[in-house]
Design a binder for this molecule. Structure first.
Ligand SMILES: Nc1nc2c(ncn2[C@@H]2O[C@H](COP(=O)(O)OP(=O)(O)OP(=O)(O)O)[C@@H](O)[C@H]2O)c(=O)[nH]1
Ligand SMILES: [Mg+2]
Length: 154
């Protein structure tokens, strides 16, 4: 009986852990976004933008918002690394797809990468946020990150 109540208590009061994939082609700004969110939402000082290097593999960031723990998986977007993305789809609850809005010459590449993501059966029904990056003043970034957190928790 105790374990039954303990299980119910844990179910009701433990924080839900949600996995959010950060995808997009190389140089879109995924890791910069992750590091900024870490600085805004946790006490961890994120890596400064000028020290961020292209991602080969995976960066993980954890933040807590409202009643949830968000675990962000930031994957490398270089063409040769995109085939790794789908290994994370099955365990993902939501996707942020980052686009470099200041670079129209790469929109076509971003579009075909996004289409491939959307077609994958493991992501059917998962919430998607498309972030048009590199077009806002840094002063409104905290507002933007609040918006991201709200959308993910919808
Ligand atoms: N102006 C501006 N530059 C940005 C912004 N976000 C990222 N950058 C710059 O864009 C470049 C690439 O940023 P990253 O965060 O490494 O991009 P990424 O999508 O993680 O790239 P990969 O790891 O190779 O897939 C860096 O020079 C950043 O400083 C932004 O919001 N505004
Ligand atoms: Mg990166």
């Amino acid at each position: 009986m105790f374990s039954l109540f303990y299980g119910l208590w844990k179910y009701l009061f433990s924080k839900m852990e949600l996995h959010v994939l950060i995808l997009g082609i190389d140089k879109a700004g995924k890791t910069t976004l992750l590091e900024k969110m870490k600085s805004v939402y946790s006490n961890i000082e994120g890596i400064p933008p000028d020290r961020i290097i292209p991602t080969v593999g995976l960066n993980i960031g954890r933040i807590e918002v409202a009643n949830s723990k968000l675990v962000f998986w930031d994957l490398g977007g270089q063409p040769g690394l995109r085939s790794i993305w789908e290994k994370y789809y099955e365990e993902a609850h939501a996707v942020i797809f980052v686009v470099d809005a200041s670079c129209p010459s790469r929109f076509e590449d971003a579009k075909s990468a996004l289409e491939k993501v959307l077609r994958h059966e493991d992501l059917q029904g998962a919430p998607l946020l498309i972030l048009a990056n590199k077009q806002v003043s840094v002063t409104i970034l905290p507002v933007l990150y609040n918006l991201i957190a709200c959308l993910i928790l919808l």
